[in-house]
Ligand binder design. Structure first.
Ligand code: NAD
Length: 431
């Protein structure tokens, strides 16, 4: 165990989720006195007993080692020199940005600001360009506070990728923007203190806000492109995955993205809407981003269509057929359901009156069978919706043994050739 660095500054993290909890832990490891605020009582109880409410390697290894005082009482903010806001920035059912959590976090900070400390407030949540100037700063102004005089405000968009074995809170480079030179200096100093990677200053807070939205919109657009290619190549009998692998041999100006049964998570299927809506207010229509969202949102339905095609080949209707869904998480080896395509796939299967069996080792409470074997035993066909290791490693012989007739590989992670060798219909997304 390494010796913890001493630090006389205190930090309060508002929102102890996938972003806030690793950040709070890292600050504590770097010697800051750390407080945490979250309105979820169950979460606070668990964190206070040194356990992580999220399955995450970094948290598993470090949370129990650090001293983190967590509370549901916003007065805890008063203890902080640095306030880090890490609350969700979701969209509503009409895909309209919901800034309520971030507004209420800012209001709690404004109500509990110890101005004699001249605290530094940093927004880590993903926000569209303009939120700090148009939404956050006015909340503090209304409370009677002035940037530079009573507090500083900066934005450092979080880039964490939960479940990533290489990149975590300690080593991902960051960008920072602020309202003024001093705020930027303070924020740069803080991040350079806690993170062992480049901390890049942006010229304005608006630019820093835009960086994160651009990163995730870039991903969304590229994924939409390969999802569209998958649909097109499926009709032409071309394997989209092989083509992308081929194109990836070009050593410059190509970056592979992969088709799948849908885009999930709290970021990629959400963040582009923040830019779409804010740009509308400035009179610009982001057609390209809207099309990307439409294509990616169509993938769960397309996955079910592939199953219908496969069942048609063997004269089986989807109505009444037992379909096993492998996985609920939106990505491999994490217990995260947010915007997961698996739930949309299940809904569509149920609409078609299929008998649906579900198994996810990360969600035993949401699975309606005990284990993978039980699922395969009950199913005529399978849709793989999450590429957890347990599913990727299935020996195709087991599918044969359990009399599976068709497999839709929503993550293109199974061995097509071997599966087909056993006389099972295999359809990937674009292969
Ligand atoms: N999850 C990721 O991989 C990821 C990566 C980069 C950026 N982000 C961004 O970071 C932000 C947070 O995401 P997350 O994944 O950590 O969300 P999360 O849902 O895991 O955690 C947010 C936490 O904030 C709490 N909360 C909500 N409103 C609150 C309030 N007003 N006061 C106190 N607590 C409150 C919730 O109870 C929850 O525990 C979002 O803007 C997201 O887009 C997320």
């Amino acid at each position: 165990m390494f010796a913890k660095k001493k630090n006389n500054k205190s930090v309060c993290v508002i929102g102890l989720g996938y972003v806030g909890l690793p950040l709070a832990t890292q600050c504590a490891l770097k010697g800051y006195k750390v407080y945490g605020l979250d309105y979820d009582e169950k979460k606070i109880k668990k964190i206070s007993s040194g356990k992580s409410p999220i399955k995450e390697k970094f948290l598993d290894e470090n949370l129990s080692q650090v001293n983190l005082k967590a509370s549901t009482d916003s007065k805890i903010i008063r203890k902080a020199d640095i306030i880090l806001i890490c609350v969700p920035t979701p969209v509503d059912k009409n895909f309209y940005p919901d800034l309520e959590p971030i507004k209420s976090a800012a209001e709690a900070a404004a109500k509990n600001l110890k101005t004699e400390r001249r605290p530094l407030i940093i927004i880590e949540s993903t926000i569209n360009p303009g939120v700090c100037e148009e939404v956050i700063e006015p909340i503090f102004k209304k409370a009677g506070y002035k940037i530079g005089k009573n507090y500083y405000l900066a934005h450092c968009p979080e880039r964490i990728n939960p479940g990533d074995p290489k990149w975590n809170i300690t080593n991902i480079p960051r960008v920072v923007g602020s309202f003024n030179k001093k705020g930027l200096e303070l924020a740069l100093k803080f991040y350079r203190d806690i993170i062992d990677a480049e901390i890049y200053p942006m010229k304005s807070i608006r630019e820093a806000e835009a960086v994160k939205i651009v990163e995730n919109s870039f991903r969304d657009i590229n994924i939409a492109f390969v999802n569209e290619l998958a649909k097109s190549f499926d009709r032409m009998g071309i394997d989209a995955v092989d083509v992308i692998k081929g194109a990836s041999t070009k050593p410059f100006a190509f970056m592979p993205h992969w088709p799948s049964c849908g885009v999930g998570g709290h970021c990629i299927p959400v963040d582009p809407y923040y830019l779409i809506e804010r740009a509308k207010l400035s009179g610009f229509d982001h057609e390209f981003l809207k099309i990307a969202r439409k294509v990616n949102n169509s993938m769960p339905a397309y996955t079910v269509e592939l199953l219908q095609d496969a069942l048609n080949e063997i004269k089986l209707p989807l109505n009444g057929t037992a379909v096993g869904v492998l996985g609920l998480s939106y990505k491999a080896n994490v217990d995260d359901l947010r915007k997961t395509p698996a739930l949309k796939i299940i809904e569509k299967l149920k609409n078609h009156k299929a008998k649906v069996f579900v198994f996810d080792p990360y969600f035993p409470q949401m699975s309606n069978v005990k284990n993978l074997n039980a699922l395969l035993k009950k199913s005529d066909a399978v849709i793989l919706a999450s590429d957890h290791n347990e599913f990727k490693e299935i020996n195709p012989e087991i599918f044969k043994k359990q009399k599976i007739k068709a497999i839709i590989d929503g993550k293109n992670c199974l061995n097509k050739k071997k599966i087909e060798k056993f006389g099972i219909i295999y359809k990937g997304i674009g292969r």
